[in-house]
Design a protein. Sequence first.
Length: 435
Amino acid sequence: MSDPDHVFVEGPLVALVPGFRERLATWGYSRASAAQQLQLIACLSRWLADRGLTVEDLTPMVIEEFFRWRRWTHKTYRTPRSLVSFLLFLEETGHARAADPAVSVLAWEHALALFGSYLADERGLRPTTVENYLTQARPFLRWHFDRSGNDLSSLTIHEVTGFLLSRGATQSRGSIRVAVTSLRALLKWLFLTGIVPESLAEGIGPVVYSAFGSLPKSLTPEVVQSLVAQSVLAPVTPHRDWAIVLVLSRLGLRCREVAELTLDDLHWRAGTIIVRGKGAALDEMPMPVDIGSAIVNYLENERSASAHRAVFLQSRAPHAPMSRCAVGDLITRLGARAGCEVPVGAHRLRHSAATAVLAAGGTLTEAAQLLRHTNPATTVIYARVDLRALATIARDWPLVSSSVARAAGVLISWLSCSSSMRKIICGCVVSSVPR
């Protein structure tokens, strides 16, 4: 059945159906998708009625139990994620639901939550940065719990180094460097709060890493153009994908910055865009004509009417704002369609924007302004992308004369001899000297 007006619902949720049907239409659901959502609610309502439950009893545990049952009886809508729209509707309309029974929280879980609050409230880190720190701290605390119990005060530097060594066996040097940064912050916080009796952060040695170890991972102009061409061929949202690729490749924005762009950040009369950079910085950047045209085409032809102020929305209802991961996945999919042999990350388009500035005759200062680097040393890595210019200032490898080469050969032969052979040679030389 593809008509939401003819879906029959009985049970404790029947009174909520008219309002939910209207909300689905407001959120941009097609009639067929709205009918499927209502059929799911009809199934849930019958299931609740059979067990004598009401809408107030829809705790996370009850919802999980319902979908365990549904996975045995249905082939579609079999995970709790399918019920997100209905739960959002209940929250917006003020229908209270009971919570799961309280469960005991382990000490390391409580410490992790407090550490996250400290990073957000006192350090002022952005939510994505806080999550990155917690992603590295969580496996360490769980690792300590599995080996030493729930008492964090017994933590030692030997456990910290043991954890890093175990991770180093399977992860790259860059990943270990990120883990070390997060663990140092965690250990400093544990000491400042008195959870551990001594500071262990100083016991973690530096990870050998250099930003100059390799060339910036940029894409050639041909690959960038192929990504743009593939975005136009997108089956569902060609205007949106085209605008995102242009913003990434021309303005050098990060995935998070693209996801956080709002309609209020587009200043059409001034021809500028406000970008929310690192450290809560608000950077004003010029809006090129092609990028402005691409965004306008998306807003006029594809973007659904929504209360969200984010520029780029998901293609599927309820059309929530795109996340930074969704932006990155979009570029990876376009790279696969373009025939790239290795996965293409969205950050490579940022590198490509900087190298394009230098290739066109721009300076490092201009590249730094495009990337909004506060430290000029961060942009110095792009000084190595022009290999022809570097070749003109590189010194030739020193050449050795034939006599020096013969002397070096004699020295190498001498060092390769055994000690007894050296004594024999020295004795022959001494005996041959005239007295």
